[in-house]
Design a protein around this ligand. Structure first.
Ligand code: IMP
Ligand code: MG
Length: 183
């Protein structure tokens, strides 16, 4: 079923997202000055954030992608992370910046940090557009290095975030109100 956009209410509008990404880009450019930076976008949710963030960064960067799947297509994480598509290039000796749309339970990132650690990068940092710290699984006290916005424990869509594959193209972040909420 195609979900209705009428059920989405704005949480973070586009000007706020753009302003925040400019700040993050400036910070990352400063902190990676003189170092080799590889941005790794986690498909598919990170695409709008990555494409804006990379253009707000003034140091030379390389970009690669990796796809994982944890959600079964609904609003609850399945808790099982699966590598769907691996990187195209080795990251040994590289300064890796993982770019995520949102950190919720932290399971996806814990899995990725584990996978990457075996490949001997020079460093690994995490940039996420959104952080939902209340969603963290016990034992996964993960703190991203660069956070766009910290948000309450609601299911959000837009700006890359999806519900069953839809809504990624919405140019702002909104809360999705499921029909059950009306009852
Ligand atoms: P985690 O493994 O629970 O930290 O979740 C990471 C992934 O779950 C993200 O990359 C998203 O794809 C998805 N996710 C978590 N929360 C939301 C949400 O509120 N809306 C849409 N996707 C979400
Ligand atoms: Mg997703």
């Amino acid at each position: 079923m195609i979900p209705s956009i009428e059920r989405v209410s704005t949480l973070i509008d586009r000007p706020r997202i753009e302003a925040r990404i400019a700040e993050l880009g400036a910070r990352i450019s400063e902190e990676y000055a003189g170092r080799d930076l590889t941005m790794v976008g986690i498909l598919k949710g990170s695409v709008p954030f990555l494409s804006d963030l990379m253009r707000a960064i003034t140091v030379p960067v390389q970009v690669d992608f990796l796809e994982v799947s944890s959600y079964g297509g609904g609003m609850e994480s399945s808790g099982v992370v699966r590598l769907v598509k691996d990187l195209s290039h080795p990251i040994e000796g590289k300064n890796v910046l993982i770019v995520e749309d949102i950190v919720d339970t932290g399971l996806t990132l814990r899995y990725l940090l584990d996978v990457f650690a075996h490949r001997k990068p020079a460093s690994v940092a995490i940039a996420t557009l959104l952080d939902k710290p209340e969603g963290r699984q016990p034992g996964t006290p993960l703190l991203p290095d660069y956070i766009g916005f910290t948000i309450p424990n609601r299911f959000v869509v837009g700006y890359g975030l999806d519900l069953g594959g839809y809504f990624r193209n919405i140019p702002y972040v909104g809360v999705y109100h499921p029909p059950e909420e009306d009852e």
